[in-house]
Design a protein around this ligand. Structure first.
Ligand code: KG4
Ligand code: ZN
Length: 344
């Protein structure tokens, strides 16, 4: 049997398929990077239109790659928020029609629960019962979210704190734009930072009074001011500009890491947790992964890099849990495209 996972909350049209044991059967992702890159960020209206064009092809391809028949499909799970309303609606309405036509349950999945589920995939198998890691702290870092969540069990989420302004991925994207680099900013800033040979540009860290709260908008402005001082106010040669971009990227990334790591460890200690799960697109960052993994205070679990950014597999995995627990109804009242966090 197979569970379908459909994800269209932002700028990836994705479909993943798992079997009853959590084995990954297929994963297809249609990226919209080329559509949004010229604007340096996501244009919601263009995102929904691209989902509309891609959704059918992506789901069909995933079914072919999984080598399953339509009669093998036992449930359709789909992201029902948070996300861009127009984007969510495309996936939701496709999933509704698909589930009706197959006469199988429709399971609404919270996007953030999906990201967290990716931490439990190992060697192409979703295995959420394997480790006794609870209670643990879950740090979700993506383009739209920066959140610390206490998990007492796989199904128990308590919001501890979040960002007061920009999400961390959003800050990466905006800094990339400030430096005249491309979109999405995260992987690009990471590459530039690797080229840096100095570490003495100091950017601020927003510690705030509360360990569980974040703020990245001041860091973004400070990075902009530093770029103005070091690059835009000077007449530099191309190779000198490259050196400055690398150094500023490095300083920015270092500041983000310091805050995320220090605060996550402090919150884990406060709630007597020995494990931190780190998920969301920014969790793909190699510098961040190395530094979190090298810390001596807590155990850290990351998804594989390829499962960090938005994908359908994470939605199928979360859908499988609800399916096996019988957590669905014939009248899925919870299936709404509400673009806010509604699971805590
Ligand atoms: O989870 P995700 O795919 O979509 C949302 O739910 O938002 O996260 C996308 C975000 C983007 O802001 C992107 O710049 C960031 O994740 N990202 C990274 C890296 N790869 C993606 N940030 C830092 N380093 C990376 N390697
Ligand atoms: Zn996401």
């Amino acid at each position: 049997m197979a569970i379908i996972g459909i994800e269209t909350s932002c700028d990836e049209t994705a479909c993943g398929i798992v079997d009853s044991k959590g084995n990954i059967l297929s994963s297809i992702i249609a990226s919209q990077i080329d559509t949004h890159a010229p604007y340096g960020g996501i244009i919601p209206e263009l995102a929904s239109r691209a989902h509309l064009i891609n959704i059918h092809k992506v789901v069909k391809e995933a079914i072919i790659e999984a080598k399953i028949k339509l009669k093998d499909i036992k449930a359709i799970s789909v992201t029902n928020g948070p996300g861009l309303a127009g984007s969510l609606l495309v996936g939701l309405n496709f999933a509704k029609a698909f589930s009706l036509s197959l006469d199988v349950p429709l399971i609404g999945v919270n996007h953030l629960e999906g990201h967290i589920s990716a931490c439990f995939i190992e060697e192409e198998k979703f295995n959420y019962k394997k480790n006794n890691i609870f209670p643990c702290i879950s740090l979700i870092i993506s383009g739209g979210h920066t959140e610390l969540v206490l998990m007492n069990d796989y199904d128990s989420f308590k919001m501890i704190g979040q960002t007061r302004d920009d999400a961390v991925g959003e800050a990466f994207d905006k800094v990339s734009r400030i430096l005249g680099l491309g979109y999405p900013g995260g992987p690009i800033i990471e590459k530039w930072a690797e080229k840096s040979e100095r570490n003495d540009y100091k950017l601020p860290r927003a510690w705030l009074d509360d360990n569980s709260e974040f703020s990245f908008s001041g860091l973004k402005t400070a990075t902009k001011n530093l770029a103005q001082e070091k690059i835009y106010d000077n007449k530099l040669k191309d190779h000198e500009i490259s050196i400055e971009i690398a150094n500023i990227s490095n300083a920015f990334q270092q500041s983000v890491l310091d805050v995320l790591l220090t605060k996550s460890v402090a919150v884990a200690e406060e709630y007597n947790c020995e494990t931190i799960l780190v998920s969301g697109g920014v969790a793909a960052n190699g510098f961040l992964r190395r530094n979190f993994e090298n810390n001596q205070d807590v155990e850290v679990i990351f998804p594989e890099r390829k499962h960090c950014t938005d994908n359908g597999i994470m939605i199928a995995c979360r859908g499988l849990v609800d399916y096996l627990a019988g957590n669905f109804t014939d009248e899925p009242k919870e299936i709404n495209a509400m673009p806010q966090l509604n699971f805590l």
